[in-house]
Design a protein around this ligand. Structure first.
Ligand code: SF4
Length: 491
């Protein structure tokens, strides 16, 4: 920081590098301060993650700072009555009074039962401090998510389950065909909104085709090569139908990927459970080369059958992929069209465009390493989460990427997670990924679990293991919370 005196009487004229706090993206910015007054906010050229770009809201940070109605002191509600139209009767108090009030409430909660304090935050940075405070207080009931309803309910559990990660992003650097469901990814939305806007602009300039499936002509839809309007909440029908075209009409999907990296070859009993090796419980697959069933690790993945029906242990067992394929048949484009309002020929055309763009079997050399090259992806976000069965919508869109092998390879859907010591996904007992990332909360277990167990708490997530709901750390919760601390939470 430098101060300078000019003839014009300017004593202070500095650009201060800082971070925008107007949303959780925390873009890098610099603020121009003249004589103690912040007069302008700009990006810092080429500084990640937003590379010098600042959105309208970030630019409006000055209005927030100097808003005459900005609340700068604690307020206490004095009217115990609550309801629509009921005046809260806020009274301004000092910070000391606010602190006394908090201490009084926290002391009462601690005397009653320390676990009766519940804390939630959506702020990933403060979570660890909050958690330390809660540990010192004696309550395990701290969570780094929200009370249940937030943008990623149909996204994160899918990422936890399919790739042991936390989030999904198309690889805009190499993608040639992007299908977006219910999201304005790359159009000043989602994480790293400004950085993604730049990546999207560069991908479009490079020639990437963008197709947006959305009931409304969103920012992304209005700028896309093609907007496909859809009846709200019917994305699953479209996704399943698109996959039906790939699998049952075109017969185009990434067989090596499915065999090597998914449980498509696992044999299922008629009751839906894995057929297991009686010796060690390992899932069985059908070894098509040797004409017999074998434990997962004993069969070369490319020899395992994706299709067929096999009489084993007195039951008719089928690979998971065959059952999936049969299920897809119940979504012919004509039926999906009635559900979604999308014309059947559009579903068939998009399926063909997507798989042709995916270049099944292609590889690419980057920095001396060869990778599978799948420059096509389907991504989704809050729009399809904000409906009944939102997570299933996310699952079905995610599976499009699995079918074409566009997962964690150049051009496809990249799964991302916070990095930390020992946070990598691990192999679970059935060969499936187990997230190692602590942000996945209750999802640090393989899905489906090898053993079904009794719920250990009253949380909803115990009933639906994939739900991204508030976590109470598996402790008994036989009382109403005495106090709840929501720090930037979405309650
Ligand atoms: S996206 Fe906009 S509001 Fe959010 S941190 Fe960046 S500049 Fe600020």
């Amino acid at each position: 920081m430098t101060d300078r005196q000019t003839d014009a009487g300017v004593r202070d004229d500095v650009w201060i590098p800082t971070a925008c706090d107007m949303c959780y993206n925390v873009c890098t910015v610099q603020v121009h301060r003249v004589n103690g007054v912040a007069v302008k906010i700009e990006g810092i050229p080429e500084a990640p993650p937003n590379y010098g770009k600042v959105c309208a809201k970030g630019n409006a940070g000055l209005m927030n700072l100097y808003n005459p109605n900005r609340i700068t002191n604690p307020l206490v509600r004095t009217n115990p009555q609550k309801g629509i139209g009921v005046e809260p009767k806020w009274r301004q108090i000092t910070w000391d009074e606010a602190m006394d009030l908090l201490v009084e409430r926290l002391r009462a909660a601690r005397l009653k039962d320390p676990r009766s304090l519940v804390a939630a935050t959506f702020d990933r940075c403060s979570y660890f401090v909050l958690r330390a405070f809660m540990a010192a207080f004696g309550s395990p009931n701290a969570t780094n998510t929200s009370a249940g309803f937030f943008c990623g309910n149909g996204v994160h559990p899918v990422a936890f389950t399919l790739t042991g990660s936390n989030d999904v992003h198309p690889d805009l650097k190499f993608c040639d065909y992007l299908l977006i469901f219910g999201s304005s990814h790359g159009f000043v939305a989602q994480q790293n909104a400004m950085g993604l806007a730049r990546e999207m602009a560069e991908a479009r300039t490079r020639g990437m085709k963008l197709v947006v499936v959305d009931p409304v002509c969103s920012y992304a839809a209005s700028k896309a090569d093609e907007w496909i309007p859809i009846r709200p909440g019917t994305d699953t029908a479209f996704a399943l139908s698109l996959m039906n075209v790939l699998v049952n009409e075109l017969g185009l999907y990434d067989i090596p990927y499915l065999k090597k990296y998914t449980n498509s070859t696992y044999l299922l009993r008629p009751d839906g459970h894995y057929l297991r090796d009686p010796k060690d419980g390992s899932p069985l697959v059908w070894d098509a080369l040797n004409g017999r069933a074998g434990a997962l690790d004993a069969v070369e993945p490319m020899n395992a059958a994706l299709e067929g029906s096999f009489k084993l242990e007195g039951v008719e067992a089928e690979p998971a992929f065959q059952l999936f394929k049969k299920h897809l048949r119940s979504y012919p484009p004509e039926r999906a069209s009635e559900i979604t309002t999308i014309p059947a020929e559009t579903i068939r055309r998009v399926a063909r465009e997507l798989v042709e763009a995916a270049r099944l079997g292609a590889t690419i050399r980057i920095d001396g390493h060869d990778f599978p090259f799948r420059p096509a992806a389907a991504c989704w976000y809050r729009g399809i989460s904000a409906h009944k069965h939102g997570m299933l919508n996310g699952m079905s869109v995610a599976q499009i990427n699995l079918l074409i092998g566009a997962v964690d390879v150049p051009g496809g859907l990249i799964n991302s997670a916070a990095a930390g010591p020992d946070w990598r996904p691990k192999e679970g007992p059935d060969g499936l990924l187990v997230p190692g990332n602590p942000f996945t909360n209750t999802h640090l277990a393989p899905v489906p679990p090898r053993k079904v167990k009794q719920p250990e708490s009253l949380e909803l997530v115990e009933a639906a293991r994939l739900g991204a709901t508030i976590r109470m750390d598996g402790h008994d919760f036989p009382f109403r919370p005495a106090a709840a601390c929501w720090y930037r939470g979405i309650s």
